[in-house]
Design a protein around this ligand. Structure first.
Ligand SMILES: *Cc1c(COP(=O)(O)O)cnc(C)c1O
Length: 404
């Protein structure tokens, strides 16, 4: 029996067939069960901030597991308090911010959804979110996710959420004093790395403040330094009411969090939310160590600089398939001129490069924040080779007038 057979028989079919079987990772590289090496520009979907098997990550897990892993939220632990303080400092909440710990992005957004309801009460039943933004797969976060096809098999959704176009005009006309919260994904990662319109966050902040609605920013993909600031909202110098984080903060350990700013810090009270695993000593020790390493190794500015370098190198590739780049820092979307993203991902895998296609016309790159010149040069070489493979296939498949 092959691993493909095992996976096909034993795993729930909510995912498509697994593309490879990986057995080991080191830095920006992965190895499969055949011993083949890959350059990893997906990093577990923006999760492995420090790359694979980074000593800081490994030591934090090993030491904390040998000391104290889990005691439940009836009790405090030092790593949990340390990570809460770190997240508050990096997000800039001031003393009166608070942190709720979860185990995933969806769970962090579930907490944010409940925060919105606590703020709204009976007088503010409406919640606004944006078309094509992604907030998760659980029933609450699916209700916040503006993709009708994703919701359709699971109707009815939790009520109250309305989807609007991502424009200041749409927000202005939808907002009133019955809106509890507005949920924003600062770069729509799953939708294909789509940037917000210029000035959108500042306008959203002003409008939500005017109507007494919470501004909740989903930093699950954009946070932990990926865009060249600790959190994407910091590019716009605004103060939200809450943000959610996950993916990159644990460097590979599953952990998420809701971080409230003073305007939303007193909404939860005892009994209103909870999690058995959330904020356990093991996960919080790892995330605090990962964030500490991002800070010590100046990986936030590395993300900004390498991101610019990567974009410039992609722009310099001579290929009719490339239409341009989107995103910020090391959250890069390559817009394709033809719907060949899936074919390009497959070609890249053959060439030893892991990239991702959130849709047919976009390649998403979210490498480890630790990458340098060597990895960027190698990426360009492998990606160009993959483009050539797809271009070649297109010429073969496309009937020309000469052959007719
Ligand atoms: C990945 C993601 C989520 C969901 O996180 P999970 O850990 O998969 O539950 C939510 N919002 C955004 C913006 C994401 O990128």
């Amino acid at each position: 029996m092959s691993w493909q057979d095992d996976a096909g028989r034993d795993l729930v079919r909510s995912f498509g067939p697994r593309m490879a079987m990986f057995t080991r990772g080191q830095g920006a590289y992965l190895w499969d069960d055949q011993g083949k090496q890959y350059l990893d520009f997906l990093a577990g979907i923006a999760v492995n901030s420090l790359g694979h098997a980074h000593p800081v990550f490994v030591n934090a897990i090993t030491e904390q597991a040998a000391t104290l892993a889990h005691v439940s939220n009836y009790f405090a632990t030092e790593p949990q308090l340390a990570l809460a303080a770190t997240l508050k400092r990096l997000a800039g909440t001031g003393d009166d911010g608070r942190v709720y710990f979860a185990n995933s992005g969806a769970e962090a957004n579930e907490a944010a959804f409940k925060l919105a309801r606590l703020h709204g009460g009976a007088d503010r039943p409406r919640i606004l979110a944006f078309t094509n933004a992604f907030h998760g797969r659980t029933m609450g976060t699916l209700a916040l996710t503006g993709k009708p096809a994703m919701q359709e098999p699971f109707l009815p959704m939790a009520p109250g959420v309305e989807f609007i176009d991502t424009t200041v005009a749409a927000l202005e006309s939808a907002l009133d004093d019955r809106v509890a919260a507005v949920f924003v994904e600062p770069i729509k990662g799953e939708a294909g790395v789509i940037d917000l319109p210029e000035g959108f966050l500042a306008a959203a902040r002003a409008l939500t403040e005017q109507h007494g609605a919470l501004l909740i920013i989903d930093e699950i993909q954009t946070g932990a330094g990926r865009t060249g600031e600790w959190f994407a909202f910091q590019h716009d110098s605004i103060t939200p009411d809450a943000i959610t984080v996950a993916k990159g903060i644990g460097g590979g350990f599953p952990i998420g969090a809701l971080i409230t700013f003073p305007t939303a810090s007193d909404l939860f009270y005892p009994g209103t939310h909870g999690s058995t695993f959330g904020g356990n000593a093991l996960g919080t020790a790892v995330a605090d160590a990962v964030l500490g390493e991002i800070e010590d190794a100046e990986l936030v500015s590395n993300a900004a600089e390498r991101g610019a370098q990567l974009r410039a190198a992609i722009d310099a590739i001579d290929s009719e398939l490339i239409a341009g780049c989107r995103g910020r820092g090391l959250l890069v979307g390559i817009a394709l001129a033809q719907p060949v993203a899936k074919a390009l991902v497959e070609a890249a895998q053959v060439h030893g490069l892991i990239i991702n296609a959130p849709n047919d016309e976009t390649i998403r790159l979210v490498p480890a924040l630790t990458i340098g010149d060597v990895e960027i040069d190698e990426f360009i070489e492998l990606f160009t080779a993959s483009l050539r493979t797809v271009e070649h296939a297109l010429l073969i498949d496309t009937p020309t007038e000469d052959t007719a």
